[in-house]
Design a protein around this ligand. Structure first.
Ligand code: HEM
Length: 242
């Protein structure tokens, strides 16, 4: 970096940015995904059935005395139900603020006909958590975790057709942002989340200590920073399945 003219102070800042960007969102995202699954027997059953099926198809089994599971990329490409659960969990808990610098005078045309004039030097902040993720017209019952929301009704493929005002939307779920600065770590992050859940569900049974307790609300003071943290901890018990 130094050879390319990046001075020492900026190099440290960049390394710190990368540290935060790669760690800051993945941990809370893994927390929410596992919690939503543990809290919904139907969702947990569906994802576990998928995990067990893939294990069987690859000649593996999670049982006493069996060798450790060998989880391959190919296996993680066959998890339509888990993919939907990941998308749904991110829809409900990833609330980034997308900030863009206006480089020249321009106007922004909204779908409903409104138009905003933007001046060179302005900054625009978009908050898709409210405009897309939580819009009940796009995602009915937006505050309810529906593990199969991003799965076609017959379960054959990922659901990508979402509508508002009769128009099909390009941006209906934006945990990774959009455009040139869209999260470059998204494939890595999704793989981390999927590996974590795949292995947890393969090896363990889960039980909430207080099943009557509501899912903790998100901490709104962290809106805009990425994946939101819960306002309190959750206690759960886990044990080997075999
Ligand atoms: C669940 C986990 C993650 C979420 C929800 C997330 C979300 C985001 C969002 C919303 C942005 C800003 C996008 C925009 O401005 O349009 C971003 C940027 C970024 N993310 Fe992630 N991210 C995650 C994991 C990761 C991981 C694992 C890495 C690295 C291995 C990473 C590296 C980055 C970097 C370097 C940027 C800056 C990109 C730029 O400004 O050009 N992220 N991420």
């Amino acid at each position: 970096m130094a050879e390319q003219g990046v001075e020492q102070g900026m190099q440290s800042r960049y390394m710190f940015l990368l540290l935060w960007a790669s760690q800051g969102n993945t941990g809370p995202s893994a927390f929410w995904l596992l919690l939503y699954l543990i809290s919904s027997p139907k969702a947990l059953g569906a994802v576990r059935a998928e995990v067990d099926r893939i294990l069987r198809e690859t000649g593996q089994e999670a049982k006493a005395g069996a060798p450790p599971i060998e989880l391959t990329r190919d296996m993680l490409l066959r998890t339509l139900v888990l993919d939907s659960a990941v998308d749904e969990s991110l829809r409900m808990t990833a609330a980034p603020m997308l900030v863009r610098a206006v480089l020249e005078d321009t106007s922004l045309q909204m779908a409903d006909g409104r138009e905003y004039w933007l001046r060179k030097g302005d900054r625009v902040a978009l908050f898709p958590y409210l405009s897309a993720h939580m819009d009940p017209e796009i995602h009915p019952q937006p505050h309810t975790f529906q593990f199969d929301r991003f799965l076609q009704a017959d379960g054959s493929s990922r659901k990508t057709d979402f509508y508002k005002g009769g128009k099909r939307l390009k941006y209906y779920n934006m945990p990774w942002g959009a455009g040139v600065s869209m999260c470059p770590g998204r494939f890595f992050a999704v793989n981390e989340l999927k590996q974590f859940v795949f292995l947890m569900l393969s090896y363990f049974e889960f039980e909430l200590v207080n099943p009557e307790e509501e899912i903790p609300p998100i901490d709104c003071s962290r809106w805009a920073l990425g994946t939101i943290h819960p306002t309190r901890d959750i206690q759960f018990k886990y044990r080997l399945r075999f």
